[in-house]
Design a protein around this ligand. Structure first.
Ligand code: FAD
Length: 385
């Protein structure tokens, strides 16, 4: 059951489902999964449909959607193609930073191209020595006569291979004593230059998200390439975290609901002992549990999205939604795999892909252990790290 009181939301759901049925069937998605790449032409198509820049303000060529509508979109996109939702979420998050913190010139030049799906910006924060402990990053940028020079290494930078630019979180000023969050800046670095080398990673899940390792060896960026205030990059990121967590939760709502739909159908079709396996209680109960949990995460995500869209405090709710949705998706796909048994492991089965893809959720964009640390603090417990 969908809780969709707003007709605009249902229209978007229907449009995304129709688009996939018409233009992007499972066979094509599987090809992109195998090729570990989403072609640029598909981003362009997303632009034509108004989806590449769904959250970009109308005055910059986007659709101006609030977080509730964006969550509906991400849920539907993830039902079909989680790798694409991963990249979309990163694009949407970086677009938000541009929208909130960019200069007028940056907004006017970049947001319309991004909304049209013609210009791709990936996001480099994680480094080999620190994903969770991100403030320990060592990539540096120094301002010289001919602009910024960037040196260092990023790990797990999605679609960096194909991107036009990478928004790189790097140290531009020394940390102030123990305050490591100070002195970091977001430098928009052109990707296509010899001093930026990219190596694609062969991951188990989210293959088409094309996640890479990136090496900056005195890479160059123009002097006006900092997005937001110099030295305040971390704080610009913090402002986008609630939205990122809500949309991440919506992703795993989508994966859970797709896995359940496929499994219910299979349970009705598959025969054993003269009846459909869905008639056995041992098959029914795990699915009933996951269906219940799906409603819980859908409501938690919708509440956080509603709070955010109405400019209310939602940091705890966003964290809880991310935690619950990602863990629910893992449990649900495990249970669904049991029902599909051998067929679940066959590569052509969409469940096989969902099972692999959803393994990302518990640790990205933030690990659930850190989310629980954070929720614990909100409950009044002492900080544990
Ligand atoms: C497919 C994919 C796409 C990605 N895309 C991007 C991207 O585009 N840009 C980008 O910047 N990053 C990206 N990432 C990186 C992702 O955000 C990191 O993997 C994530 O932040 C976790 O970092 P880590 O893998 O280094 O784990 P680690 O930081 O090494 O953590 C390992 C374990 O230790 C636990 N741990 C660490 N510290 C604590 C603590 N204080 N308390 C409790 N537990 C703790 C963690 O919870 C985790 O279980 C991507 C990753 C993947 C796999």
């Amino acid at each position: 059951m969908n809780f969709d009181p707003i007709p605009e939301h249902q229209m978007l759901r229907d449009s995304v489902r129709q688009f996939f049925a018409r233009e992007l069937p499972e066979r094509k998605i599987r090809e992109m999964d195998r090729a570990r790449k989403i072609p640029r032409a598909l981003w362009k198509r997303m632009g034509e449909l108004g989806w590449a820049g769904l959250s970009v303000p109308v005055e910059y060529g986007g659709s101006g959607a609030d977080v509730m509508l964006a969550a509906v979109f991400v849920e539907e996109l993830s039902r079909q193609f989680p790798s694409m939702a991963t990249d979309w979420l990163l694009i949407s998050m970086t677009a938000r930073i541009l929208r909130e913190a960019g200069t007028q010139a940056q907004k006017e030049t970049l947001l319309p191209k991004l909304a049209a799906g013609e210009w791709l910006m990936s996001f480099g924060m994680t480094e080999p020595a620190g994903g969770t402990d991100v403030l320990g990053l060592t990539t540096r940028a120094t301002l010289e006569a001919d602009g910024w020079t960037i040196s260092g290494q990023k790990l797990f930078t999605s679609f960096a291979d194909d991107a036009d630019a990478i928004l790189v979180l790097c140290r531009t000023e020394p940390a102030e004593g123990t305050k490591r969050a100070r002195g970091l800046s977001l430098v928009l670095t052109p990707r296509q230059q010899p001093a930026v080398a990219v190596r694609r990673l062969e991951l188990m899940g989210m293959r088409a998200a094309c996640t890479c390792e990136v090496f900056f060896d005195q890479a160059k960026a123009p002097a006006d390439a900092v997005v937001g205030q110099r030295g305040r990059g971390w704080y610009h990121l913090l402002a986008s975290l609630d939205e990122e967590r809500i949309l991440c939760a919506a992703m795993y709502v989508g994966i859970t609901s797709a896995a359940l739909d496929q499994t219910l159908q299979y349970a009705m079709d598959r025969q054993a002992f003269g009846r459909s396996i869905g008639a056995f209680q041992a098959v029914q109960h795990p699915l009933a549990e996951s269906a219940t949990e799906l409603e819980q995460i859908r409501l938690l995500t919708a509440k956080a999205a509603w709070l955010q869209s109405n400019k209310r405090e939602c940091t705890t709710e966003a964290a809880m939604a991310k935690l619950a949705a990602t863990e629910t998706a893992i449990r649900a796909t495990d249970r669904c795999m049991r029902v599909l048994a051998g067929y679940g492991l066959v590569e052509e089965s969409p469940l096989e892909r969902l099972f692999r893809d959803c393994r990302l959720g518990p640790f990205s964009p933030i690990s659930n252990e850190m989310v629980m640390n954070f929720i614990s603090e909100r409950l009044g417990l002492p900080r544990s790290y």
